[in-house]
Write a protein that binds this ligand. Sequence first.
Ligand code: NAI
Length: 356
Amino acid sequence: MNVFNAPDFDRHEQVSFFSDPKSGLRAIIAIHSTALGPACGGTRMYPYASADDALTDALRLSRGMSYKNAMAGLPLGGGKAVIIGNPAKEKTHNLLLAYADAVNALSGRYITAMDVGMTPQDIAVIASGTPHAAGYDAPGKRSGDSAPATSLGVFEGLKAAVRHRLKTDELKGLTVAVQGLGKVGMGVAERLHAAGAKLIVADVNPAAVRRAVDRLGAESVPVDQIAAVRCDVFSPNALGAVLNDRSIAALQAVVVAGAANNQLERDRHGQMLRDHGVLYAPDYVINSGGVIHVAGQIFGWGDAELSTRVHAIAGTLKEIFRRADMEGRPTSRIADMIAEDRMGAAAKAVSSRAAE
Ligand code: NAI
């Protein structure tokens, strides 16, 4: 594939390919934008069928991080890395250290965090070889687990969406369908329960469902029904592409607010949600508590600053909802436009400083 012509290239600033035959490392680090600060995003390890597939994933995810970091109001740009290989078989200590050297070669233009196929322990190994890593457990540092911050952001964002669409601050009496009861989904469900909401839940893991039924009084439904149950809010916290032609047609909720990444199967599903009278909290905005948590490790923020920034997600969503109503556009499009404005303004400021 010609990188410059790749469909997801979208003016990436830098795409670097690394190979280390001794450890078997083959990695691609994509830096979409450093307009707002050093590019930050996770490293994914996956047995891609081809280098082209790996490149496509790196470019797509890296661009997504530019938008997410911009909307979270972080002084960070967007980047992402992929390591080609099976994490269960090929992820050795030496490979992680060789990868740390690759990150170092970019002199801080890219900061890595965790993604699919990597654990906080892996990031800690990488961090032993480079200062440009975040989102891991280390003595004297806040826990690397970003799920609690993500859950809090989703809960606050969900309340903002309910306030806008249903004109109430009360969750009591509302029914929320929660898809996925993992680290984030269970946290969201617990907060909703504490606020008096009625829960309907589904997960492929029966133990997680049992916990929610026993502890939170949730009603459980099969996984293929959760998006279509009678409820006020649908909160997807498991998979991508859950909002598609079929699911939107069957949706009974009037608000969608959850942590899952890439919820819209296609961009046009943002418009379809709007046409169906559903208020959609754009995924990369409402789930940005995780990246805010990682940024907290990078910049050494205290609890108060972190909490303020996660709570600010609700304000950002409120502004998106207001503009979407005013301009008659889908919330997903408005979020993209605001992110593009922020990146554009930062890039302009950088180039005018350079010209001085
Ligand atoms: P997790 O892996 O802990 O939880 C995912 C849950 O979804 C698991 O309980 C799993 O059994 C369940 N699940 C899988 N397939 C399902 C299906 N077909 N129907 C219903 N449930 C199903 O992951 P985590 O950390 O809770 O993340 C959840 C989502 O939020 C993911 O999409 C993730 O990419 C996204 N996210 C997570 C962040 C974090 O800080 N952990 C930050 C931003 C986004």
